[in-house]
Design a protein around this ligand. Structure first.
Ligand SMILES: *[C@@H]1O[C@H](CO)[C@@H](O)[C@H](O)[C@H]1NC(C)=O
Ligand SMILES: *[C@@H]1O[C@H](CO)[C@@H](O)[C@H](O)[C@H]1NC(C)=O
Length: 732
């Protein structure tokens, strides 16, 4: 029983196996101490600087390890009591929730996918008249509008169907793909087939329209909304378009069973070429303002358009936190993990598994997860910049949330357009103190930091059945570029005035400030890693020993730290549900990201600091085709384009291969000497072997593959030249 005399609506449980983890961490710490002692006491007389470099790299790794330990020190897991929520609150008393879906480009984010996401969130197990769904279309595409119009009609069938069959997942696309026809009930089976047919017809109509590229005149006549496109010059130059497709307050907005429907709103905010639109953050802020006039719900869920709901109870779960009488008042947002519906079995490009299943739970134990931009339920007040304080919350509870604005939909549409105009925010706190922050490529992380430093807490919820399923990039380059963007933005936060150590020092616990470093310091990781994958092999060719002899007992701490650290990571990965091959892939991606994504992010950060604003590297992905999808499903690594990132990867891979070959085939030394060489250079040779093993797909991509996903010849030639140059420098 809580202090207000109620049973709590949620419970917090510590993770298991903490003693194990903490003793492991302590033992690694001791190993690190030995390594440092060795580095200092065996300081060489010649070639000091490479030794210092090794030591600095190791100190950096140790520091990063320390941060990781802080993050994983005390993970907590939450569970909710939805039955208590239902018994405590009548359906009528449940508070409203506004759902924001953002899309930006109808070519990259097909309208069929967008409507599946929209339908999946409209069908939440929640009183429909308390839900409002807003779609922000930064592509300003009449195709997307057309698709949403179709969806508003289909919702009248889909929502009753979901209620009747307790459909999961509520995305029609995912549902019909994964669920077989119900066979035991002939009546149900019939209805199932009808709905499926209706859905497919709709999908085909939307798809053929998308292929056509424009909406034909006869369809444009059917809805007055299309008239708005008469004023659209291009997607970068048009007035605000606001259309309320379903008005939840209208008694005529009902499904085929006569039940209410959620409000459904389409918004394309005004864009003008000369005015900066602040990307997704700008779109979200426009939605916050527009929704405050239409439904003004106290809670806001935001999802990306490629993330459909996989759990129709997710909103009830989140409300269990906000409405908890004892602890709910201080919670600003409930973050769900980002999980992916289209991973391959062994997650060839990595999957954020450890981040989502463990690290963010660790954040939660340290004071609250970061906001990751999607799958997150916010309290409107905290998102709008309110500081946390007990009195304010009591006050705003007394304020009536559902202020009935008795305005007709058409007049709202007209009145609200100004809120989405591109000059509205001039000289206002929007984007600075209010709403989602501007000026950072990871606006989500920054916004989360700001909310937390205003005194709010956040919680992380990983329900048994995943709440949302999104899409991962399906090529190597897309994955690397995505991580480059994240790493760059995160480091930018560290360098800015919003650095958690400065900005959050009053209200964020120290352990949470430190936890943020695990992501904010992705970029500096690249230097230590690049040093470690290049210099030991270079010195191997040059004949400089950088590690203790294999036969020396100083080798033990090195071996212990390296082996146990990796074994722990393997155990953790498998314990979190991954496969052993998946772990190997994760290790490979770990290295690729550090040597390319973070490195290029570092270069861009440095350029920015020097005053060059534009990135020097223009990197684009590939449009997916059937071949590419087949290779993805077969888990064959996709290269295919000549990107500078691949040149870096291939050069490092070849250089290590040369090192190994030269040392392995050196005829000049006899067998006796060979044993001695192995004794002295054992660690460097082992490191080289590991690197060659990790890089196997790269050699394959350069020399053994014929498909269009191989490494292009130009990249191969360039890398061979670079690697030969480096080896020659080392040997002569
Ligand atoms: C998504 O939901 C379905 C049931 O609707 C469930 O079987 C599946 O395990 C869920 N996916 C994940 C990744 O949790
Ligand atoms: C992943 O998504 C892409 C479309 O984005 C699709 O073509 C591909 O088949 C999916 N792969 C898997 C394994 O589900």
């Amino acid at each position: 029983m809580g202090k207000n005399g109620y049973l709590p609506l949620f419970e917090t449980r510590p993770a298991r196996g903490l003693v194990f983890f903490r003793s492991y961490a302590a033992s690694i710490f001791i190993g690190i101490c030995f390594i440092c002692f060795h580095r200092v006491s065996y300081f060489p007389v010649t070639e000091r600087w490479v030794w210092v470099g090794m030591f600095v790299a190791e100190l950096w790794f140790s520091f990063y390890f320390f941060i990781t330990v802080i993050v994983k020190w005390n993970p907590v897991f939450r569970c909710t009591f939805k039955d208590r929520l239902s018994s405590r609150f009548e359906e009528e008393e449940l508070l409203g929730v506004d759902i924001f879906v953002c899309t930006a480009d109808p070519r990259l984010e097909p309208p069929t996918m967008v409507v599946s996401t929209v339908l999946s969130v409209m069908a939440y197990d929640y009183p429909p008249h308390k839900l409002s769904v807003y779609l922000s279309d930064d592509g300003c595409s009449d195709l997307t509008f057309y698709a949403l119009l179709e969806a508003s009609g289909f919702a009248q069938l889909w929502l009753p169907f979901c209620r009747k069959l307790k459909v999961e997942p509520t995305s029609p696309e995912a549902y019909f793909q994964t669920t077989p026809e119900p066979v035991d009930d002939a009546f149900m089976a019939n209805e199932w087939l009808i709905i499926k047919k209706t859905y497919e017809d709709m999908r085909i109509r939307i798809e053929s329209m998308t292929r056509l590229g424009k909406v034909p005149a006869d369809i444009r006549k059917e809805h007055k909304g299309f008239d708005e496109w008469d004023f659209v010059v291009s997607r970068h130059d048009h007035p605000s378009i606001l259309q309320i497709l379903i008005d939840g307050r209208d008694p005529n907005a009902i499904d085929i069973e006569g039940k209410a429907l959620p409000t459904l709103v389409y918004l394309a905010r005004e864009k003008r070429p000369q005015i900066h639109h602040n990307f997704k953050a700008g779109a979200l802020n426009a939605l916050i303002r527009i929704s405050s006039r239409i439904s003004n719900a106290p809670f806001i869920l935001n999802v990306d358009c490629d993330m459909h709901s996989n759990n129709s109870k997710a909103i009830r779960d989140a409300l269990c936190f906000f409405l908890d009488e004892d602890n709910g008042h201080e919670i600003a947002y409930v973050q769900y993990p980002q999980t992916f519906g289209n991973l391959t079995k062994n997650e060839i490009y990595g999957s954020l598994r450890v981040v989502m299943k463990l690290e963010l739970a660790g954040f939660d134990g340290n004071g609250g997860p970061c906001y990751i931009g999607t799958g997150c339920v916010h309290r409107r007040e905290s998102l709008c910049g309110m500081k946390y304080s007990k009195e304010l919350i009591v006050e705003s509870k007394a304020m009536k949330y559902d202020t009935k604005i008795i305005e007709k939909a058409s007049s709202i549409e007209e009145n609200c357009k100004a809120l989405a105009s591109c000059t509205y925010e001039e000289n206002t706190p929007w984007g600075k103190e209010m709403g989602v922050k501007y000026g950072c490529v990871v606006e989500d992380i920054l916004t989360g930091i700001c909310i937390q430093s205003r005194g709010w807490r956040s919680v992380y919820l990983t329900p048994q059945r995943e709440a949302f399923l999104g899409m991962v990039p399906t090529t190597l380059l897309d994955t690397l570029v995505q991580h480059k963007r994240w790493a760059e933005g995160d480091f930018q936060i560290f360098l800015s005035k919003h650095c958690p150590f400065v900005y959050g020092c009053q209200n964020m616990p120290l352990k949470l400030q430190l936890s943020y470093c695990i992501y904010l310091f992705w970029v500096p990781n690249c230097f230590a890693t690049l040093y470690y994958v290049f210099v030991p092999s270079f010195c191997l060719l040059k004949g400089i020993s950088l590690f203790p002899k294999i036969s020396s007992s100083w080798g033990i701490p090195y071996l212990y730290v390296i082996v146990v650290h990796r074994v722990q990571s393997l155990v953790e990965f498998v314990w979190l549900g991954g496969t052993v091959r998946g772990w190997l892939n994760e290790q490979r991606m770990w290295m690729f990201k550090r040597t390319t994504s973070y490195f290029f992010a570092a270069i861009d950060n440095i350029l920015k600091l020097c005053g060059f604003s534009k990135s020097a590297f223009i990197i684009t992905g590939k449009v997916a085709d059937d071949d590419l999808n087949r290779r993805y499903e077969q888990e064959s690594m996709e290269f295919g384009t000549s990107s500078p990132m691949f040149t870096v990867l291939a050069t490092l891979a070849l250089f290590n291969l040369f090192g190994l070959v030269v040392v392995g085939t050196n005829k000049a030394i006899n067998d006796d000497a060979r044993i001695k060489v192995f004794d002295i250079f054992g660690f460097q040779i082992l490191l080289c072997c590991v690197l060659v093993f990790v890089n196997l797909p790269i050699y394959q991509g350069m020399f053994f593959r014929k498909d269009s996903g191989k490494i292009p010849a130009s990249v191969t030639l360039r890398s061979i030249a670079f690697a030969l140059l480096a080896s020659t420098l080392a040997m002569y």
